[in-house]
Every structure is written in C-alpha cells, then in structure tokens.
Design a protein around this ligand. Structure first.
Ligand SMILES: [Zn+2]
Ligand SMILES: [Zn+2]
Ligand SMILES: [Zn+2]
Length: 358
C-alpha cells in the first residue's frame, strides 16, 4: 500500500518512554470510538469517562504478550487485570494508559472476540482533525454514574447505553442525582475517593472543616465547595490518556489519606508532581510545590451504590453540584484536541447550571 493510502497515528505516553507509530489505512477512517463511564473505567483511569478507539496494528506491538497470564511485556509497562476479561497496559514511569485488551470465552474456554483499543488522549496524528480521525458513536455504561455523570454534558445524539448493551438506553435529560451525606468514622462529611485496586484511598473534607488551611483562600469559593475545572492542556490530556481531564482543587490539609500504599509520584517538570497508582495506574492528581492545594482526578470519586446501575444512586453530577464550583473559563480551552467535545461539554454544563454557557 502506498503512503497515499495510509496515515500514521502516534501512540505515546507523557514521559516519552513509549512511542509507537501505527500505520492506519485511510479507508478505515474515521475510526469507531466510544466512551465508557463504568465504575472500572473511571477508577482505573481517574477520567470522568474514558474515550477509546480500536486502532489497527495494536495487537502487533508486543508479539510476546500473553494477556491471560500477564506475561511478555517489558518492565517499562504495567499490566493490570481490571476484570477477568480485561487487561490495561500503562507506562510504569508516568502512568499514561496505552492499550486495553478485552476478550470473551467460548464454551470450550478458548478466548474469542479479542479487542485491542487505545485511549484517544494518548493518540496523536499529524494534521488530521478529530472528526476525520475518529467518531465517538456510543456511550457505554452511562447508568453506572447514577445520573449520567459528565456524559450528561455531551448532547451529541449518540446512543447512551445504561450498561453494556443489555439494559436499554439511559435517558440523560432527566434531573441530576440527589447527593446523600457521606460521614466518615469521625463524623465528618467527606467525598470518598479510591483507585480501582484500592491501593490508594482518601477522603476529601469540606473547606469549612479547616477554614484556615492551605488552599482555602484560593480554591474554596464557598465554605462547602471546592473549585473544579476541566484542563484541556496537552500535558493533562496526554498524561490522563483521555479527552476530558477534570479535577477538583482541594486544600492539602483537607485530604485525609486512608491508604497510599501504591501511590507513585511522577515529576513531570520542576515543581510539578503527577501522582498515580503504581499498581492499577489510576491518575490520582497533580500538585505544584508552591501551591497549598492539589488537583484531584474526578474519576476517583465514589458514589453511593457504585456497583449498582441506574437511578437509585445519588449520581456523579449530583455530587459534583453539591461539592464543587466551576470556572466560567476552561483551563487551556484553546489547546483542546477535540474542540467539538469541548464545546458540547460547555453546552451541557450550562444546561445543568454548572456554567453560564457560551
Ligand atoms: Zn511514560
Ligand atoms: Zn468501562
Ligand atoms: Zn490502584
């Protein structure tokens, strides 16, 4: 096939350890892409939902890799078994997710239907615009967020499956969930957060719990709420690996660590720390040495009834309404790789009363 018939996608991590060119036939474009808001995807990445696509050639990158027994990958890659059907491969040094493998078994115990996918935020293409490169055609497991979570904010008309396509469509136009109080063992109202493997667990306190603590002045617009925002800068997108890096900014002393056994720090630039779970690779958050606060990944927030599906849950959007106040301006909105997604998010946030709108 001549060069005119193909284009090259680059799959890369933030720290530069991994960089894989993938030759994709133009006839395969736009690639089918999807979001997933399931409990696993949120807690194994830190993203509010993942954005993935099946890129031809992914299964050839590591020919010795045996997904079932976790063997055959270099030590520069973490492989985490997110379920009996799935492996998530990320950079050991920086945590950027690179490849997901899913499969199913037939009655004889042989794997069939194997799918290799890559996160859209870690894929780069020369001058192809996102609409030519991929098409997000389905939103999976929207019901796992309780109320639609941030998929509520993407009015793109695509199918919103309540769960994997066996439980029907989730109607995102209904109201956001009603948050319930979450009291910890000390009787404090907290937002609880965890990575998928639970090696990292912590609680976020309201600003009013320590009104003089660091970060309150800058990041607490109200005694009960922390500042939150999406950051569309290239660094945050590439590190997270997904298209919508969203964080709540919390005073350092307002974070109560329950477990940090697997917490790993990646120093991405002088003074800038990016923290992730060294076991499941969930992005925990970022902090600048001179600031009194940390930016915590919204995907780690636990909701009541997390393992259930549907509207009995309090809902991610409802919890965020209760705990966060959003900027009218996105951080680095001009760097967004997918401006259509960015603008849809703004429309949806205005409809739910999180922003004033365009
Ligand atoms: Zn890396
Ligand atoms: Zn998922
Ligand atoms: Zn973990």
């Amino acid at each position: 096939m001549s060069n005119d018939d193909t284009t090259t996608f680059h799959l890369a991590c933030h720290c530069g350890t991994h960089h894989y060119p993938l030759s994709v036939p133009l006839s395969a474009l736009p690639l089918f892409a999807w979001t997933c808001s399931c409990t696993t995807c949120r807690h194994v990445t830190g993203a509010p939902f993942i954005t993935s696509t099946s890129v031809p050639g992914l299964s050839d990158l590591f020919p010795g890799f045996a997904p079932l027994d976790f063997k055959g990958l270099p030590e520069t890659l973490i492989v985490y078994g997110s379920s009996p059907h799935g492996r998530r491969i990320s950079c050991t040094k920086c945590g950027t997710p690179l490849i997901n493998v899913y499969w199913d078994w037939d009655d004889d115990g042989n794997a069939h239907w194997v799918e290799w996918s890559a996160p859209l935020g870690a894929l780069m293409v020369g001058d192809l615009t996102p609409d030519k490169m991929y098409n997000i055609g389905i939103h999976f497991w929207v019901g796992a967020t309780g109320d639609g979570g941030m998929i509520r904010w993407i009015p793109d008309g695509q199918v919103n499956w309540a769960t994997w396509p066996h439980m029907g469509i989730f109607d995102i136009s209904k109201e956001i969930g009603k948050p319930k109080p979450h009291l910890n063992g000390l009787g404090e109202d907290v937002l609880s957060c965890s990575c998928k493997c639970k090696g990292v667990k912590f609680e976020i306190l309201r600003p009013s719990a320590k009104p003089d603590g660091p970060g309150v002045k800058e990041m607490a617009p109200l005694p009960s709420k922390w500042h939150a925002n999406h950051c569309f800068c290239n660094d945050c997108r590439l590190w997270l690996g997904h298209l919508l890096p969203s964080a709540v900014s919390v005073g350092r002393e307002h974070i109560r660590w329950v477990d940090d056994a697997t917490l790993k720090v990646y120093q991405s630039s002088p003074g800038m720390k990016r923290m992730f779970c060294g076991n499941c690779a969930a992005k925990v958050g970022t902090s600048c040495d001179e600031n009194g606060w940390m930016d915590i990944s919204i995907g780690l927030i636990d909701i009541d009834g997390e393992e259930d599906d549907g509207r009995e849950n309090e809902g991610i959007a409802g919890l965020l309404k209760d705990w966060t106040e959003w900027s009218e301006e996105f951080s680095f909105g001009e760097e967004a790789s997918d401006t259509r997604l960015r603008d849809e998010v703004r429309t949806g946030m205005a409809r739910d009363g999180f922003m004033k709108g365009a």
